[in-house]
Design a protein around this ligand. Sequence first.
Ligand code: NAP
Length: 223
Amino acid sequence: MEDIPTVGLGTWKAAPGKVTEAVKVTIDAGYRHFDCAYFYHNEHEVGAGIRHKIREGVVRREDLFIASKLWCTWYTKPLVRIACCRSLKALKLKYLDLYLMHWPMGFKSPHTAWIMIPSKLLSFCFSHPRAYDLPLDCTNMVIPSDTDFLDTWEILIRFQIQRNVIVIPKSITPSRIKENIQVFDFELTQHNMDSILSLDRNLRLATFPITKNHKDYPFHIEY
Ligand SMILES: NC(=O)c1ccc[n+]([C@@H]2O[C@H](COP(=O)([O-])OP(=O)(O)OC[C@H]3O[C@@H](n4cnc5c(N)ncnc54)[C@H](OP(=O)(O)O)[C@@H]3O)[C@@H](O)[C@H]2O)c1
């Protein structure tokens, strides 16, 4: 597919054993875009859901936009093709619509790093459920509780769409999957948009802090 559908399904942390069913629901709900990655350890299951719906005749492969990502231990030229083929093999697909570098900085190969980094990273994440300082209001809510129109996910997804940003909400819950794509039959006013924009705290949520001493770490610069 040449154009990127505005709303896609995020698949990070979508548990194996649940994500295949979620993908089927997603396609039935009208999604045509999937954000996958080798690092998410669930491409087999995502692919199974996609292929099931292709076999059923609900969609054709060319109706879908499927992205995957090259993990950081594979950032040397000879490894790129091997890594890409691994994702294709897991997804059991012939091609991807987009293949991204997962993060801007490369990690050492051989793949001892592949084993070490995720486990270090996982233990870091488990010990730091909130590794970043979010601005909180007096009720410990990240988004101010007096912001009356911010009570649905659809609003937040719609907000990004109106800024021309593609959104890839992750969910494995059928009702939420359906809810997250009900965003094309209403429009936020400029006042709504400005109110949400005024919540900007100029911070990045995903900073991958374990890599902050890497020479190519990109987030030390002002953004
Ligand atoms: N390249 C990268 O490094 C990178 C980094 C971050 C994210 N991503 C991509 O972006 C996607 C989204 O990431 P994220 O960090 O925004 O997702 P997230 O926080 O990991 O997952 C979304 C969470 O919100 C819940 N949720 C979804 N829809 C909801 C709704 N309508 N109402 C209430 N709760 C809802 C989901 O629960 P249930 O699943 O239980 O329904 C899930 O717990 C990822 O899956 C991945 O594909 C890429």
